[in-house]
Each structure stands twice: as structure tokens, then as C-alpha cells.
Design a protein around this ligand. Sequence first.
Ligand code: 3HC
Length: 307
Amino acid sequence: KRPAGAPPKELAKKVQKVGVIGAGLMAGQFALLFARKLRVPVVITDLDQSRVDKGLAYINGEIDKLEQKGRLGADDANQVRALVSGTTDKSLFADCDWVIEAVFEELSVKQQVFAEIEPIIAETAVIATNTSSLSVEEIGANLAHPERLVGFHFFNPVAVMPLVEVVKVPSTDDETLATAMAVAKKLGKSAVITADRPGFVVNRLLAKVMGEAARALDEGTPLPVVERALAPIGLPMGPFELIDLVGWKVAAHVQDTMVAAFPERFYASPNLHAMADIEDPLVKNKFGKVEDLSRAAKKQLSFGKTA
Ligand code: 3HC
């Protein structure tokens, strides 16, 4: 059965080479997934060679782990390793038919990235963004061919989370949308087509959970209490463990976007940004679960002092 809002799958274009802009953790996770599941060359790029090398080292480390666990046989692992390359030379993206960015969550930065890449790639190549809450339409506002623009939003940890949000903007044509749906399927993900609204669907809900958890802390409820209160209702992890997983800066950014879009509905925690500036704000037990705030966090923050 065709997913809601999806065009006929016959319209999907072939994807034979993937370009990933940004070599951070999220980009590294999905670059690996593209290579594993699509079995096509994947090239990653970033601002400088050291960032690219770090991204490649992460990807190769993950391939090693998959091989050790027996998830990838030796031949498969070698094939996937050989498919992933890194460069600072964007001209090597010229033959990519799917380009996806996961750079810093700043509108102007993402627009700049698209302005640089569009003249290099074919007019028909899909241009996707993994933005977590910015407007996809605004990110692609200056594209010469906005019909190939689509949001393609993964969740952390990419290898495990079963969903991709495919964000359709008014300019997205049926071929692009069908391609995005086909790619998601090949990646082994369920795809939902969402409107281009702040936070799409998932982050709109998660930002509420994270924001209210931060508010409880701001009001003086101890972190372990907030963290454990939700466990009995079956959430896989507490709100602070989740923030820690997605990254404090990312969480704070999503929060800012939601507060800006819906000031009456979302809460800007005075301490969430401060936590993002502390290297390791949480104390974790041997299973990596969150127990409390680190000493550094307690020293710098004013939890319990705000109402
Ligand atoms: N990276 C890669 N793989 C990971 C991983 C990670 N960070 N964490 C877990 N895994 C893998 C493990 O290696 C394991 O694989 P295996 O079966 O091959 O051994 C598998 O996932 C299961 O791991 P665990 O046994 O540790 O599983 P748990 O039962 O503890 O579940 C979890 C871990 C899947 C992360 C679960 O706690 C969960 O679903 N948490 C909620 C995550 C969530 O809500 N993510 C969405 C965040 S929002 C977002 O990303 C959007 C952004 O825009 C902000």
C-alpha cells in the first residue's frame, strides 16, 4: 500500500552515488547506512581535512564493530569500507544523484552549502537536508531547481531508529518525493511525509518532553526524579538521557526553533543552553544511564532558583 501522500513509486529516480555534506556524528551515521544499504559510492565532505578524517574514522570504526558483531561478513565489510570516501574537493560531488546535508543548524550556513553545491551537481540530482527543525523551504529558497528539494530527517541512533521524516515543500516534485520514499525504504526505514512546519512531527513532540523536563529541573525537582518519573510509562530512555544522546547543543537549538515558532506553547529553559556549554554535564552509571548532574554542571547552573 502506498504511504499517505506518496506519489507512485515508479517515478523514483535511480540513486547511484550519494554525497554527504558535513562529516559530524549524524552525517557519519547515515553515510554509513547509505553505503551499507544502497551499496553505492558515498562521498563525505566538510570544511577541512581533519573534520573529514574524523568522519571517516568514525565510519570505519562502526564498520569494524559491525564486522566484530557478525552483522557484516568480512567481504561485505570490505565492500562497504571501499564505498565510503572523503574529500574537501566538492567537484567530486559532480556525479552524485543524491546529495544530503547535515551541517551546523543555522539557516545561512545551510543556504550557503546549497549555493556552493548546486552548480556542481546535475540539474536532476536530489538535494536533501537532514535539518531537525529549520524550514526546508527557506533552506532551499535560493536554489535554481527547487523541485529537487526535500527534507530527509533521520533520528539518533540512525542505525537503530526505524523512522525517517520526508519533508515535502511546495516546490518538491513527484519524482523527488518518490525517490526519497524509495531511498528510505532501501535504507530499511519507515518514511512519513510531513509538512514543512517547525519541528515537523517528531521534534515537535520531543521538544515538549525535553522542555518540560528542563522546566521541572529549573523549578528544583532533582534530575534523577525527573529522569525516572517517565520510566514506568515505557519510554526507552529518560528525557535527559535522550537530550544527551541527540546532543545538548542540538536539543537547545531545537528548543529555540520551537520557542521562536510557538512562543506560547514551548518553554525556553534558562539552563538548557548553559548545559550545552558544559562538556559532560551528566553523571552516568556503568550502564551509561543518567544519574545526576556533574559537579561542573552543579557549579555553573542555577537549577531550583527559577520558577
Ligand atoms: N549508535 C549506534 N548503535 C547504537 C547506539 C548508538 N548510539 N545505541 C544503541 N545502538 C545499537 C546497539 O549497538 C545495539 O545493536 P546490536 O543489536 O547490533 O547489538 C542496538 O542498538 C540496541 O542497543 P541496546 O541493547 O543498548 O538497546 P536499548 O534497548 O538500550 O535501546 C535505544 C537503545 C535504541 C537508543 C533506545 O534507548 C531508544 O530507542 N531510545 C530513544 C531514542 C530516540 O528517541 N531517538 C530520537 C531522538 S530525536 C532525534 O534524533 C532527532 C534530532 O533532530 C534531534
